[in-house]
Design a protein around this ligand. Structure first.
Ligand code: SF4
Length: 374
């Protein structure tokens, strides 16, 4: 079954670390929704009748859309796609956008999972990251979500932030665990080109944390979450049993997905396409029925690298059978690197899968790079 991703490209202000495509002009919202609906309808035959298992509204800030706008999009999806087997319907929300009435609206639309961009429960750190909510609003938002009937709530946290102490990080984790959420996505801060943080890094206004700090904060995260029964099912994703994100899991296991809206990606083996990251151009081209996306067919090497990257990120690992059906030169290379990594105790083999060792998970990106074919 397939997944559908919808990108809502609006934010009220830009967070210092964020490189997702969004604009801080909200005047185009209605026109955007009309174009988005046109794209959804124009591509209705792409899935060839394949049923949709998950829908994910991401951004940007989907919670800036009104119930009326969300209803228009959901109605178009139901009218043109097979949603009879829909299992998971997620929307990303900012804590300060939601209230009881909005949450009730979301539930009425069939949305059954919330992903909340909280990032920290420390006001000093939230201000530093240019988030628009404070810690009290985050706590209240989770509480309201539970009271409104959502029983599948995910929150995002960030660690590896300059000048954040281990105690401050521990306090954010403890607060998150105390709220009874089902899923936590925890990302190490990265300095992406084009962001304010990246510019400040280049100007020496900001400094990346030392590796020892990253290792310590990651170890604390894993230890605390495991203690509370969370499963580390992907390098940055943790959940109570049974609450893995079905939508994100479909990215990692190679299912088909359709992405609508500017910058959204789609995948259908062996090809991948991505819409242009420019709202004005996207809207103009959708309306005028011109090409608004780029497209590529994955080469054998791309498929190998993708199998490594997606597999080693998850606790399931890379399926050796999949690698063994690839070109001989790839199999030889993989076996050589695997032998080296097993000897170094960074990875291990179990039931036909190669996995990253528990105490080496912080090094996953480096291990993946080691297996990549340039
Ligand atoms: S992190 Fe979310 S709210 Fe902040 S700029 Fe990025 S998309 Fe917008």
């Amino acid at each position: 079954m397939a997944g559908i991703y919808i990108h809502i490209p609006f934010c009220i202000q830009k967070c210092g670390y964020c490189d997702f495509y969004s604009i801080i002009r909200l005047t185009d919202k209605s026109d955007f929704v009309a174009c988005l609906c046109k794209e959804i309808i124009d591509r209705k035959d792409t899935l060839n009748g394949e049923a949709v298992k998950t829908i994910y509204f991401g951004g940007g800030t989907p919670s800036l859309l009104s119930k009326q706008d969300l209803t228009k999009i959901v109605d178009v999806l139901f009218a043109h796609y097979d949603l009879s087997k829909l299992e998971e319907f997620t929307i990303e929300v900012n804590p300060d956008d939601i209230n009881m009435s909005y949450l009730t609206d979301l539930r009425e639309l069939g949305i059954n999972r919330l992903s909340m961009g909280i990032q920290s429960f420390n006001n000093k750190i939230l201000t530093f990251m240019n988030r628009r909510h404070n810690a009290a609003e985050a706590l209240q938002a989770v509480e309201l979500s539970k009271r409104s009937g959502f029983d599948n709530v995910s929150i995002d946290l960030i660690y590896g932030i300059p000048n954040m102490s281990l105690q401050e990080w521990e306090s954010s984790i403890d607060t998150a665990l105390g709220m009874g959420v089902q899923h936590i996505s925890a990302y190490h801060l990265t300095f992406e080109p084009g962001t304010v943080f990246y510019k400040n890094l280049k100007k020496n206004i900001l400094k990346e944390v030392d590796d020892s700090v990253s290792v310590e904060q990651h170890a604390l995260l894993i230890h605390k979450l495991k203690e509370k029964g969370f499963i580390d099912y992907e390098i940055s994703n943790f959940c109570q049993p049974g609450f893995e994100s079905k939508h994100n899991s479909s990215y990692w296991n190679g299912s088909n997905y359709l992405g609508f809206g500017p910058s959204a990606h789609s995948y259908s083996a062996p090809s991948r396409r991505w819409n242009i990251s420019d709202l004005k151009e996207y809207m103009k081209k959708v309306q005028e029925e011109e090409c608004y996306f780029e497209f590529e067919i994955l080469s054998e090497k791309d498929k190998y690298n993708e199998a490594i990257m997606l597999g080693l990120r998850t606790n399931k690992g890379v399926e050796l059978n999949v690698i063994n059906q690839m070109k001989d030169e790839f199999i030889l290379f993989f076996n050589e690197i695997m032998k080296k990594n097993i000897k170094l105790k960074t990875t291990f083999e179990q039931d036909g899968y190669l996995k990253v060792c528990f105490d080496q998970k912080i090094l996953t990106d480096q291990i993946i790079t080691d297996f990549f074919i340039a």
